[in-house]
Design a protein around this ligand. Structure first.
Ligand code: GTQ
Length: 370
């Protein structure tokens, strides 16, 4: 018997491996270790973007893309440094499956309506007075609010207030792109005009756990705006109980009609870490994008320490060990791809068992700008 390793290095194998590629045929013996890893090995990397950098770049964008700019959305997305095979601006991916961005709308500005097959959600980080108009309903946004824009619904943005408005967008762009399901259509006539009272769905569905009987069962979340105070109230209720060792006090935004995630393909949460709370380390199949809403602290991801504070964004890739430590009372908004993993029955979780469930810190992440 020939030794396997020797055989694979032989000219016979090497020449044949090269030969078939000219016919657009591929050698599985080369590909297996690359694409069929023993456990998830995402190209997406753990990364952090500082709030200062984002503030600076959005204000520069405001000088360049002025109100007469033609109205395209002034959004700057988080390009994961590990997902850059498409040049020059990368794969438009923050994790393997999800995209996130920050968007700035100035008083008086408009972003024209359009619709697409990607699901979107927004988390409001700054300002007041802007609205998003979804299927003819103007939904006014304030700091801490969470909004869904279900796929294929017309949506645009307008601003009747006095201060700049900034929010986080999260969409399933990379997933829809990779499965070939992208549809996009601009709205004729720019920004859609309202045809129902402002904040209609927020008023009609504010009961949360009760729903108007006449409306039937929604597959898309009927509630368009999950107000900050209600989220906070949910967390306060949880605080009568012991915190979860991995998630502290975390709530998930759900579709009140079905109990499932508010967006069918993107999970979203608000996590409260009390001052000095230290979660235990675990890893899971799904990936997470965090927006630091309030407070400061750090997260250890695969042994690397990422210090964060209000306004920062960071990524925990698939199957990466991670644990959070809060230096102040902190609130982290996050989006994840649990609904996508669940669709494929791939979600798994593992707890770190060594060192009382904590990682050793081996390096510190230095953001480009701080
Ligand atoms: O505001 O509708 O960041 O359609 C990416 C795609 C924002 C939006 C994004 C979008 C939007």
């Amino acid at each position: 018997m020939t030794d396997k390793a020797e055989f694979m290095k032989s000219n016979l194998v090497k020449d044949f491996t090269k030969d078939i590629q000219q016919y657009n045929l591929g050698p599985l013996w080369e590909a297996i270790p690359e694409v069929m890893n023993k456990t998830p090995k995402p190209h997406a990397e753990a990364y952090l973007w500082s709030g200062e950098l984002l503030k600076k770049k959005l204000s520069e964008a405001a000088q360049i893309f002025t109100p007469d700019r033609g109205g395209e959305r002034r959004a700057i997305y988080f390009q994961n440094p590990g997902l850059t095979y498409r040049k020059p601006w990368g794969q438009v991916s923050t994790t393997q499956t999800l995209y996130a961005a920050v968007q700035l709308l100035q008083p008086g500005e408009e972003a024209p309506s359009h619709r697409h097959s990607q699901s979107a959600l927004r988390f409001i980080t700054e300002g007041t007075g802007a609205y998003t108009i979804v299927q003819g309903e103007r939904i006014f946004m304030e700091e801490g609010d969470f909004l869904t824009t279900p796929k294929n619904l017309w949506h645009g943005h307008g601003h009747v207030g006095k201060e700049p408005m900034v929010w986080m967008d999260a969409l399933d762009i990379p997933t829809i792109y990779s499965i070939g399901g992208t549809f996009f259509e601009p709205y004729e006539g720019g920004l859609q005009q309202p045809d129902v009272p402002d904040n209609f769905s927020e008023v009609r569905y504010r009961g949360g756990m009760v729903r108007p009987v006449g409306d039937g069962k929604f597959t898309v979340a009927p509630l368009a705006n999950y107000k900050w105070n209600r989220t906070l109230d949910g967390i306060k209720g949880l605080m009568h109980f012991d915190p979860d060792p991995f998630n502290a006090y975390a709530v998930e935004y759900i579709n009140p009609s079905t109990g499932k995630s508010a967006n069918p393909t993107i999970g979203s949460r608000m996590t409260h870490l009390p001052k000095d709370f230290h979660t235990k380390a675990h890893r899971h199949t799904h990936s997470v994008i965090y927006c630091v809403h309030k407070g400061s602290g750090y997260t250890v991801i695969n042994g690397q320490r990422f210090d964060w504070k209000k306004g920062d964004y960071f990524v925990v890739p698939n199957w990466a060990w991670h644990e959070h430590v809060a230096s102040e009372n902190s609130y982290l908004f996050s989006v994840n791809d649990i609904p996508i993993m669940d669709r494929f029955e791939l979600e798994q979780e593992q707890e770190l068992e060594t060192n009382k469930g904590h990682q050793e810190i081996t390096s510190e992440f230095k953001p480009d700008f701080r």
